[in-house]
Design a binder for this molecule. Sequence first.
Ligand code: SF4
Length: 358
Amino acid sequence: MARRRQDSEPRQAALLTWYRRHHRDLPWRRTTDPYAILVSEVMLQQTQVDRVIPYFQRWLAAFPDVASLAQADLDMVHRLWQGLGYPSRAQRLREACCLIAVQGWPQDVAALQALPGIGPYTAAAVACFAFKAAVPLVDTNVARVYARCDGCVGPAPVFWQHAGAYVAAEDPVAWNNALMELGATVCTARRPACERCPWAVYCVSAGDVRRVAETATPLRSASSSGPAPLRQRGGSHHLIALARDGQGDYLVGRGSLFLPHGQRSGPTAADRQSLAALLSASGGQRLLSARPFCAWYDAETDCTWHAYRCRLYADVPPAAPWRFVDVAALVKRRWPPAWTVLRQRCLSYRPHRLTQGG
Ligand code: SF4
């Protein structure tokens, strides 16, 4: 389901290199046993990592596998869970293991999600960490990283689709762990350490005090909503390309390409390929590269917007419905309410960042 973007490779490499050097040694990262991973994921729901570790170790000592938990006395199960909170989690975990003991392990996200107590996030986590499925994972930490780095705004599906475009198919386990680790240890809610962040050169919020404060908790329940594809929302989707103009300048606002507001015949998927196809169909513009600039959902119009920062092959004048507009002049005018996010991103964007690859 995830579509890999060619222009994300240097960013992927930077994050994976950082993760290999700096990640915490957490007990559930040392195993690919789906049972141990399921136990850790259920315990980590609503509970901090430090608090979970001793419970996780005691639990595996008492119930080392699916069969032992399925046969366990319920009082004993609750006793071992005591102090971790939300005891219904323990009961549902045991019920899931009773089913797995009979049916075996489901290995894809949809089948895992059919088990008791397993929501979309937990199912995706087990599919990835135990069965190496190349699926995205978005918890509150990951949502914060994408909100700050790429300007993601919106309900959970916006983040899940965005994350899906970047999953490193060759090592989804390391990739998803790395994103979570970045959000948990560097891009923290209150004090992001931009000076030691592997994504600082790619981040549109690096060092921006106001912006990092605004994006501390972009999505409180990102993980509970699950990876519903945006196109199933029923609303329309719009693509916006911000590109340099024929003068070759990279200054903010020197000529950008906009899909006119209100166009309803949008792409089937709001991704780079759709953007390239739309540009090509409109006057033969060829897309060299595209990086996400920001994405947001406008509940008023039920539209999802996806803005990309682009490089084009040639200065071919765009044909209708595309047109060059001057962002510098545009930001002074009244913008449609649905474009508030884009306007803020344009205003806070610093020219020197545009020289860093496009
Ligand atoms: S540069 Fe700063 S704000 Fe951006 S992702 Fe890294 S820690 Fe977060």
